[in-house]
Design a protein around this ligand. Structure first.
Ligand SMILES: [Zn+2]
Length: 131
């Protein structure tokens, strides 16, 4: 059984069953420090708690690539990025330039969010296999 530790704010995170992914919903993301609902957790707000976006994600177990915004806003940004062809402007891809990064891919530390998602996928596979 995998375990992950989460520091502080057990009250707010507890309201989401200890699953930080549930704090991100279609129309709001709940700040797990103060419990306030927002469209996105920007640097200004996180600074009020003495945190950076990276520190917030680490503290509550989010994947470091997770955008701190509600589902509706995330979809808007994704559509905009596709419209302007943002992916085509990415020139430096370290995983292609440094093959050892690909080899090390399996031993990086996992965030709580990824552990929870992996557990759900395993359970879904097990359930599907049963007759
Ligand atoms: Zn807050």
């Amino acid at each position: 059984m995998e375990t992950a530790t989460v520091n502080g704010a057990p009250g707010v995170l507890g309201a989401f069953g200890g699953d930080p992914r549930r704090a991100i919903q279609e129309d709001a993301i709940t700040c797990l420090v103060c419990g306030g609902p927002f469209r996105q957790l920007n640097n200004f707000h996180l600074r009020l708690h003495g945190l950076t976006a990276e520190a917030y994600k680490e503290r509550f177990g989010y994947n470091l690539g997770r955008p701190l915004m509600c589902g509706a806003l995330k979809r808007l940004y994704v559509q905009r990025a596709i419209q302007v062809g943002l992916a085509a402007t990415i020139r430096h891809r370290p995983i292609l330039a440094q093959p050892e990064l690909r080899r090390r891919g399996g031993i990086r530390p996992l965030a709580l969010e990824e552990l929870l998602t992996r557990r759900e996928i395993r359970l879904a596979r097990r359930t599907r296999r049963e007759p």
